[in-house]
Unconditional design. Structure first.
Lengths: 263, 114
């Protein structure tokens, strides 16, 4: 999906990429353009389809169009928005809605913590990272983690900002456009559109994983997720993430130590 | 305070939506800024982030919302399994895995008269 520049990056490398990594010299404007063009990609199209689904959901839930567009820009993460609309529909008070949304958004913390070391330089100001962090949700995170490797480090923040801002603004425009035409799709089509998102996340995270711990964590999280949802419905994502992630990290570390002994 | 379709609705969304979500993004930046790129700590953070996303994904597959909620679980699991097989046979090309999974789902749903 991404163009390959220079030699391929070996798997399992700890992200210790040098500043000069044999990538061709390009201007900042070129990388901003490449970031914006991220919209016209398979994940970009899947995201737009997911947001047309959200527009339909918001309309059917009685949220005015302007508020649906406002939510898209100000929250951006799709699961958080679905939960907020769900809380609104059930008539939840502010504190209950806040708690439900904030629980679903905790996952953004480790995602962004993992992305920041990939995109900052010694000179990057924190306020710039705080601003760009708003543009990160699952799709933008997966795309950024995957594509930033082909971008020279000094241009990475601009690349991610351009990618995230283009995705956010396009989805806001799409929600406004689709909202008035919420006609019901046939169930088969609606079902397939819904299914695109999970399948896309699986395929792209696996294919872009550079550290071995990522596929291990992916498989463990997949298996724990549904059981955690049944056992601890309100904290399942948190439990699967911390529990499953720690287990994956321990397994991969033990594996690495055995290899170290064998070598 | 409860949500209304009027102007106060925006305040509700700003507190229960924006603030509830962005505090975690800001904390992520603060933590990420202290992580060394080759540290074991970052490796753990990566594992937790990936497992979190994986749990969201598997909930979407096992407990979907909307139209798919009425479909049998085996059709969805079959679609993921056939898609995964195609993905690995197709040298881990995302489009091959995604296309096969969706085609299998569409065929399965059509077969059972969805």
């Amino acid at each position: 999906m991404t163009e390959k520049h220079g030699p391929p990056i070996p798997h399992g490398r700890g992200g210790d990429l040098p500043e000069k990594d044999g990538l061709p010299e390009r201007t900042r404007a070129y990388w901003i353009g490449r970031g914006m063009l991220g919209l016209f990609s398979l994940p970009g199209m899947i995201l737009l389809i997911s947001f047309s689904g959200f527009a339909a959901f918001a309309a059917q839930s009685g949220i005015p169009m302007a508020q649906a567009v406002f939510m898209t820009g100000i929250i951006w993460a799709l699961p958080a928005k679905v939960i907020l609309v769900g809380s609104i529909v059930s008539g939840a008070p502010l504190i209950a809605a806040f708690l439900a949304v904030t629980l679903s958004s905790i996952r953004l913390m480790p995602m962004i913590a993992a992305l920041i070391p990939e995109i900052r330089t010694a000179k990057t100001p924190s306020w710039a990272l705080l601003l760009v962090s708003h543009l990160i949700a699952i799709t933008a995170w997966v795309m950024a983690m995957e594509r930033v490797q082909a971008v020279p480090r000094p241009h990475r923040l601009a690349f991610v900002a351009a990618l995230g801002l283009t995705l956010t603004l396009s989805c806001m425009a799409l929600v406004a456009l689709v909202y008035p035409f919420v006609s019901t799709f046939p169930p088969l089509v609606a079902g397939c559109l819904f299914f695109l998102t999970p399948v896309y996340f699986l395929a792209s995270i696996w294919s872009s994983a550079r550290q071995r711990v990522i596929p291990v964590a992916l498989v463990i999280g997949l298996f724990i997720g549904p059981f955690a949802a049944l056992a601890v419905p309100d904290f399942d994502i948190l439990v699967s993430g911390i529990g499953g992630g720690t287990l994956a990290w321990m397994i991969e570390r033990a594996w690495r130590k055995r290899e170290g002994k064998a070598a | 305070m409860n949500w209304t379709p009027g102007p106060e609705g925006y305040l509700f969304i700003a507190i229960a939506g924006f603030l509830a979500t962005d505090i975690w993004r800001w904390l992520g930046v603060i933590i990420g800024n202290r992580l060394d790129e080759s540290s074991e700590m970052l490796n753990w953070v990566r594992a937790v982030a990936t497992a979190l996303v994986a749990a969201v994904v598997s909930k979407l597959i096992v407990f979907p919302t909307g139209e798919l909620a009425a479909s049998p679980l085996w059709v969805r699991l079959l679609a993921v399994a056939v898609g995964a097989l195609a993905f690995f046979l197709g040298r881990k090309t995302p489009a091959i895995g995604i296309g096969t999974a969706i085609a299998t789902l569409a065929l399965g749903l059509w077969w059972i008269g969805f």
